[in-house]
Ligand binder design. Structure first.
Ligand SMILES: Cc1cc2nc3c(=O)[nH]c(=O)nc-3n(C[C@H](O)[C@H](O)[C@H](O)COP(=O)(O)OP(=O)(O)OC[C@H]3O[C@@H](n4cnc5c(N)ncnc54)[C@H](O)[C@@H]3O)c2cc1C
Length: 186
C-alpha cells in the first residue's frame, strides 16, 4: 500500500517501548496514530534492558528526589495495571568493612526512598538478620557488616512492549510492520 493512502495525526517511527507507549497515549487521547516498525516490536534496546522497572534508588545520590518520587509512582501504577508482567523482586545490598557507602548512609537513603514512596509496602526495606546471610546464594560473608534488603520491580521487556502496543492497537492505533522510514535527499 502506498504511503499516500494514509492520513494520520501522528506517525511514530519505531516499535520499542517508547514508540509503543506514545502510540498508546496518543490513541487514548483521541489522535489517529500510525506506528512504523522496521523489524519487530522490541527488536532494539527494548529487548536488551536490565528488565527492571526500577524505583530510581540510584538517583538519590544526585539529589533528584522528585524523579525518585515519579519513578516510584510509575512503578506502583505498572504493578497494579500489569501484575502478570511486572512483579516485585527482593534486592540485597551488602556492606563490607571497606565498602564506600557506610551502613548509616544506606539506612538514610533507603528511609528517604520509603518516604518518597509514601511509606508504601513496595518501598519498604529491612536489615537482613545475620542468621539469614547464608541463605543468599553466592554472598561473600568475609568482612560483611550489614545486608539491606529492599524491593524493585522486574519485567519481561519484550512482553511489556508487545502488551503496550497491543493496547495501542485496541485503542485504534495502526501498526505497520515491517515498515522502515527512509529519507531521500534531493
Ligand atoms: C543494558 C541496558 C539496560 C537497561 N536497563 C533499563 C532498566 O532497567 N529500566 C529502564 O527503564 N530502561 C533501561 N534501559 C533503557 C531502555 O532499554 C531504553 O531506554 C529503551 O528500551 C529505549 O526504547 P526506545 O523505544 O526508545 O528504543 P528501541 O527499543 O531501540 O526501539 C527503536 C525501534 O525503532 C526501530 N527503527 C529504527 N529505525 C527505524 C526506521 N527508520 N523505520 C522504522 N523503524 C525503525 C528499531 O527497529 C527499533 O525496534 C536499559 C538499556 C540497556 C541497553
Amino acid at each position: 500500500m502506498a504511503a499516500a493512502d494514509f492520513d494520520f495525526d501522528i506517525v511514530i517511527i519505531g516499535g520499542g517501548i517508547h514508540g509503543a507507549g506514545v502510540a498508546q497515549a496518543a490513541a487514548a487521547g483521541g489522535y489517529s496514530v500510525c506506528l512504523l516498525e522496521a523489524q519487530a516490536l522490541a527488536s532494539g534496546t527494548s529487548s536488551r534492558s536490565s528488565k527492571l522497572i526500577h524505583g530510581g534508588l540510584r538517583y538519590l545520590e544526585s539529589g533528584q528526589f522528585s524523579l525518585v518520587h515519579e519513578c516510584l509512582q510509575e512503578r506502583r501504577l505498572l504493578l497494579q495495571l500489569s501484575p502478570a508482567l511486572v512483579r516485585l523482586q527482593p534486592f540485597h545490598i551488602p556492606v563490607y568493612q571497606d565498602s564506600r557507602r557506610r551502613p548509616w548512609q544506606l539506612q538514610l537513603g533507603l528511609s528517604l526512598y520509603h518516604l518518597l514512596g509514601g511509606f508504601s509496602r513496595d518501598c519498604a526495606f529491612r536489615r537482613l538478620p545475620h542468621h539469614l546471610w547464608d541463605s543468599l546464594d553466592g554472598l561473600e560473608t568475609h568482612g560483611l557488616q550489614q545486608v539491606f534488603q529492599y524491593q524493585d520491580a522486574q519485567t519481561d521487556d519484550v512482553a511489556l512492549t508487545r502488551a503496550v502496543m497491543k493496547s495501542a492497537v485496541t485503542l485504534g492505533s495502526h501498526l505497520l510492520m515491517p515498515a522502515r522510514l527512509s529519507m531521500r535527499s534531493g
